[in-house]
Every structure is written in C-alpha cells, then in structure tokens.
Design a protein around this ligand. Structure first.
Ligand code: SF4
Length: 180
C-alpha cells in the first residue's frame, strides 16, 4: 500500500478520513501539527485523544512541535477576520506546508488533510492552499473532500462509538470568541 501523510486536527475529524484512505488502498500516516490550538491544555487533550485512536488502530502517529508564536506571527493583522476568512486560509497554509515538508523528509509522495471533513470549513480554500503547497514542495496534495458521502456524519458516529472528546470550537482563541 502507498503511504500518505494525513494532516489531522483532532480524533473525531480524523476517524472517517483514516477509514476512507484505507479503503482506497492507502496507508495513512497521521501527522498532528496544529500550532493554532489555544489553550495548550486543549491542544494536549486533542493530541492525546488522536494518538490513542491511532494506537488502537495500528496507525503511525507523529506530532510536530507546538509553536503558537509562529501561528500568531503568521496571522498578524487578521485576528478579527470571521471564520472561513483570510485568517483561516493562512492557518491552513501553515499546517499543510509543514505536513508536506514532513512527507518530503520521509520520501512519501502524497499528503492530504482531515480539515475537509468539517462542514464549517470551505473546501475550495483548503484545496487552494493544498495546491499552493504542492507547487512549492512537489509533494502531491490529494483532493479529498472528506465530508462527501456522509463523511461528516460517519466521523461523528465513529467518535461517539469510541467515546471521543468533542471540542466546542475550531481551535484558535479567535474561534472561541466566534463561538460565543
Ligand atoms: S478559526 Fe480554525 S481554521 Fe480559522 S484560524 Fe482559527 S483555528 Fe485556524
């Protein structure tokens, strides 16, 4: 089976994409790089839940260093943007770039992301950023829109069956504000 790096933001969102990639004859390698998540306690909860799920399902799991300063520097000037706006495009780019670099380092030809499972995220923005990163790194971004074919619903079912932690906001401190 061909390996693919799956950028993952949390366990509920990763559950269906892992299943789908395996059914498409890929071997997903889960990559947790989310410097956007605030506070650190929330980051740890999401990471640990995903790591446990991967362990239970014999999926390789890697974490890249949490660096929230890098996130704040990257989105400077766009703090007040609404969700699905420019701040999110930068946030996607940051995470996808690191994912593709990880793939490159490990001689893996493909990458994709669980971000597309969420109906709260704009697929075209994810796709656009994935393609930008692909052109910069030469690692192929696979255009999975995981919310299709009931992907979101299935991911929630798997999460419930596994008693996973469900977060109440996207991830950054600005999404907490938007969620109120
Ligand atoms: S709302 Fe979500 S996608 Fe947008 S910047 Fe915040 S964490 Fe990133």
């Amino acid at each position: 089976m061909e390996k693919i790096i799956l950028h993952a933001c949390c366990a509920p969102c990763a559950s269906y994409p892992i299943k789908k990639l395996i059914s498409d004859n890929f071997e997903p390698v889960v990559f947790f790089y989310n410097p956007n998540i605030f506070p650190f306690k929330e980051y740890e909860i999401r990471k640990n839940e995903l790591s446990l799920y991967c362990q239970k399902n014999n999926i390789d799991f890697f974490e890249e260093k949490y660096d929230i300063k890098l996130f704040y520097n990257s989105i400077k000037g766009f703090e007040q943007e609404p969700e699905k706006g420019k701040r999110c495009a930068i946030c996607f780019n940051l995470r996808l770039k690191k994912t593709a670099e990880f793939a490159l380092k490990n001689n893996i030809k493909y990458f994709t992301t669980t971000l597309s499972v969420s109906p709260h995220k704009d697929f075209n923005t994810i796709l656009e950023q994935g393609k930008i990163v692909e052109s910069q790194t030469r690692v192929k971004f696979l255009e999975y829109n995981f919310k299709k074919q009931d992907g979101f619903k299935i991911s929630r079912q798997i999460a419930k069956e596994n008693n996973m932690y469900f977060q109440q906001y996207c991830g950054c401190q600005f999404s907490i504000r938007n969620n109120k």
